[in-house]
Design a protein around this ligand. Structure first.
Ligand SMILES: *Cc1c(COP(=O)(O)O)cnc(C)c1O
Length: 394
């Protein structure tokens, strides 16, 4: 028995366990662009699980920019940025993002996952300390492990817990936090974190993947929304695959930090640059994000409408005023059943289970976008109402 176990690395057992725990993941095959009405296996659904918060992924101007960019610069990046892959659109986007965020300098990376690896591995090593909110995104966690720094996870948004950990921290200290927490939709208390960082000679890094473009009057994200700036948050990570509707990520920081990343960050150095046309399309997204302010207003309205409706239904909402609106169910199997009941009614929401979220906090994760209409939110609420009744009957 044992020899057959090792001969396939124990994969059969691992996969069977995953299924039996109701944690098995399956991908839906999408046959249409990212938009509220999507097609899967020939059927139409109303989807509430995209991070395309501003509805730019399928925006005609962004599409036109991508193809115009491809006409002008071709498709492939060709090589890494340090070899021969750093093209004009990459550079223009870095300059535009630096101006928009008010930071000294910006560096583009191929994804948010890589941006977090780049920053943390370039800035920290053995003997340093990473202070990490317990609910931070997996990429921040992985980055910390890869860096070799001491890891200190403080209780979610808990400044007392952070203070305790800071007191025991050694070497260079970096506090890393999600801006908007990706599975809960709540916000990091940046003024408190920044004050603690200052008092303890630490730096504060904010991964604002879900806030950038969405929060703040100008779309500058949580840093703008909470009246913070580069003196408070030394390192800001934003992603382009969510509110920008394109792909990639950026780090905004001081000239010295960015230069350090260019010199030492392996996830920046040892990878081919992303297609220049993509950067060109992201420049158009940045313009739309600034000009089409109605998109943020629409989102705010839809979030209000959804919360009022869900509260009237007695649903278990979290304290979130962002487009991320989870409904906590607890049990993974029950969460899957609810998601599939909704799917049968033509509504798609994400069933989020451990290990993505802590044990016994499985949830339906609903995301709203500026491309949704108020009628579509009503359809969602009606479907939730009928599922909830179904759940109470058993
Ligand atoms: C999505 C996400 C990332 C990863 O960004 P990608 O560009 O998709 O790799 C990083 N951090 C947070 C908080 C995220 O939600």
């Amino acid at each position: 028995m044992n020899s057959s176990l090792t001969s396939n690395f124990g994969l059969t057992e691992r996969l069977a366990k995953r299924r039996s725990e109701n944690l098995f993941r399956q991908r839906s095959l999408i046959e249409s662009p990212q938009q509220p009405e999507i097609q899967i296996e020939g059927k139409n659904y109303l989807a509430f699980l995209s991070n395309d918060y501003l509805g730019l992924a399928n925006h005609p101007q962004v599409i036109a920019a991508l193809s115009e960019g491809a006409q002008r610069w071709g498709v492939g990046g060709g090589a890494s940025h340090l070899v021969i892959g750093h093209s004009q659109p990459h550079h223009q986007l870095e300059l535009a993002l630096a101006e928009f965020t008010g930071y000294e300098r910006v560096l583009l990376l191929s994804s948010g996952y890589m941006a977090n690896l780049a920053v943390i591995t370039a800035l920290l090593s053995q003997g340093d300390t990473l202070l990490h909110d317990r609910l931070n995104h997996a990429s921040l966690l992985d980055a910390g492990l890869l860096s070799g720094a001491r890891f200190r996870r403080y209780l979610h948004k808990d400044t007392q817990s952070l203070t305790k950990h800071l007191a025991a921290a050694q070497g260079n200290r970096l506090i890393a936090t999600d801006g908007v927490f990706s599975m809960d939709g709540d916000l990091a208390p940046l003024p408190e974190l920044a004050a603690l960082a200052k008092a303890n000679k630490a730096w504060l890094m904010v991964d604002d993947a879900h806030g950038f473009g969405v929060l703040g009057k100008k779309g500058g994200g949580l840093v703008e929304a909470q009246g913070m700036g580069k003196e408070d948050v030394q390192i800001l990570v934003g992603t382009l695959g969510k509110s920008f509707g394109t792909a990639g990520a950026f780090v905004a920081a001081s000239n010295e930090v960015i230069e350090t990343l260019i010199q030492f960050a392996r996830p920046y150095i040892y990878t081919t640059s992303s297609p220049p046309a993509l950067a060109y399309a992201s420049l158009t997204s940045l313009k739309l994000l600034q000009e089409e302010t109605w998109r943020r207003e629409q989102l705010t309205q839809l979030v209000k409408q959804f919360r009022a409706g869900a509260q009237a239904l007695g649903l278990n909402l979290l304290a979130s005023n962002t487009p991320i609106q989870p409904i906590i169910v607890g049990d993974s199997a029950k969460t899957l059943v609810l998601a599939s009941q909704l799917r049968q009614k033509g509504i798609l929401v994400a069933a989020i289970r451990p290990p993505t979220v802590p044990k016994a906090t499985a949830r339906l994760r609903i995301t709203l976008t500026a491309a949704h209409t108020s009628q579509q939110v009503d359809l969602l609420l009606n479907a939730l109402a009928s599922c909830k009744l179904g759940a109470n009957h058993d």
